[in-house]
Structures are given as C-alpha cells and as structure tokens.
Unconditional design. Structure first.
Length: 276
C-alpha cells in the first residue's frame, strides 16, 4: 500500500483501463452518464487481473535504454530503530534488547544497514543470516557494545492462513547502557496484490498511467492494432517513469552523502518465507 495514498486508487485504475479497451459501462440515470467500471463480472475480473499482472511486471521492468532490470526507489524504505539497552521500547520483543519488531510493510530482505550515535556519524553493520547472529549470542552471552551483526528473521508464533509473516530485526552484541545507538536499515517493500477498490500500489503517483497503459497492453494481446498502440504508449510511459525515478535516486544519493553515511556493500539475509 502506498503510504501517502496519493494518485489513483484501484477503482480509478480499473475505470481507466476499462475505458481504453472498451470494457467500461455508463450510468443510466438521466442526469448522470459518467463512465463506471465494467458491470460484466468477467470483464471486471479480467481488468483487475491485468492491473495486478502489469504491476508485477512493472516491479521488475527492464529499462529499454540500459537493457537491465530497473531498481525502483519506492521499492526500498529506510527504517530507523533506536536500540534500547533495557528492552523496554514499544518495538522490543519480550523485553529483549536484541530483538525489534519491524513494520509490517517491509519484507525480510535487508539491503544495507548502518548505525550511528551522538559520538559517531555512521558505521557499517554486517547483514548476516539469523544463525550467525544467534551464534554470537551463544558464544558471547555477556557481550555488549555497538551493533556488529544484524539479521531479519520471521517472528515465531502461530499464524492464520493468508496472514502476513511478521519479521523482526535481531542484533549482536546487545546495546550498551546509555549508548544511544540508532540503526538505519534499508529494506525492500512488500508488494501485495491490489484487492479492495480503495487499495493503492506502492509505486509513485506519477507511475499510475504507466500501470494503466501496461494493463491495457496485456488485455489487447491478440488484437494487433490495439496492442501495437498500447505497447508503444506503455514503453513511452515506462521511459518517463524510469527517468523520474532516476531523478529521485540522484536526490537520495546526494542526501546520503551529505549525511556522511557509508556506502556499505553488505550481505542480504533471507530467512523464513518468500521475499516479495
């Protein structure tokens, strides 16, 4: 879900795609003949599936200019966690100063991590498999200090069918008393299908029309005339989306350099269920 909920909700995406491919219906009242999503349930289902299929392809879109998969800035989010040596914060788990609950919209893929304190502007944290962090706990049970290892693991506990797997961040060693360590960890964002009419995608608002053209292109496969027209629009919109995202990326890099955060090459932790 898009945090800002700006741009087009799922219902508006459906309407625009349906209009392009000729699936839309119209209100029949005398004073209101606005277009509405398809009243035919089969057509409506096709439109919804096409939008979600388009989104999945868009997340891993190949840049037409560079011929490689574009890494979208909005599929990454930096989470800032203040380590609590007492384990009393709202996000500590079971009062353990080494365990922290993560927001539900981030995945278990931690891309990079740094820590900082009033005395240090930024230091790298090694992102490792959960077993390695837990092994440090076992080998050095009384160790405290700045975070050296970080892992993302599935929180234990029973879950209902279809319920999201909750993740937690674990660190080693345990934070030192009054250390004021803050971890900045960059995560991939979970990408769930759009289901409810009020749902928003995770992409930037200016990318809504790219999704619309993409879905129309998928629905027009088999109709050569329409497909060529929609596919040309899809590629044009994709180029514009990538260009705008590259501008955001350059801005984010400038901010990171200004903050003097290290550009660490860290390993990625995969534990628990699927990634994205």
């Amino acid at each position: 879900m898009r945090a800002s909920q700006s741009g087009l909700p799922f219902s508006d995406l459906q309407l625009r795609v349906a209009e392009l491919v000729g699936y839309n219906a119209y209100r029949t009242t005398d004073d209101d003949n606005r277009a509405i999503p398809p009243t035919d349930p089969n057509r409506l289902d096709r439109v919804k599936r096409a939008i979600n299929d388009a989104a999945r392809e868009f997340y891993r879109a190949v840049n037409p200019e560079a011929n490689n998969i574009h890494q979208w800035t909005w599929l990454r989010e930096t989470v800032y966690i203040a380590l609590d040596p007492e384990g009393d914060s709202a996000i500590n788990i079971d009062g353990d100063s080494r365990r922290y609950r993560l927001p539900e919209h981030v995945s278990s893929q931690c891309v990079r991590a740094d820590w900082s304190s009033p005395s240090y502007p930024g230091r790298m944290v090694y992102v490792v498999h959960g077993d390695q962090t837990r092994r440090h706990w076992t080998m050095y049970p009384d160790a405290t200090g700045a975070p050296l290892y970080l892992s993302v693991v599935a929180s234990p506990g029973d879950r209902k069918a279809g319920e999201r797997t909750p993740y937690e961040m674990i660190v080693a060693p345990a934070p030192t008393d009054a250390s004021e360590y803050t971890v900045a960890a960059e995560f991939s964002v979970r990408t769930d299908p759009l289901v409810q009419d009020a749902d928003y995608g995770p992409w930037a608002p200016e990318d809504d029309l790219t999704i619309v053209w993409w879905a129309a292109s998928l629905l027009s496969i088999g109709d050569s005339g329409s497909f060529e027209r929609f596919e040309a629009k899809r590629i044009e919109a994709l180029r514009a989306s990538i260009a705008m995202d590259n501008t955001r990326k350059a801005s984010n890099l400038t901010k990171r350099k200004d903050a003097q955060l290290p550009q660490a090459d860290v390993r990625v932790e995969f534990e628990g269920t699927r990634i994205l």
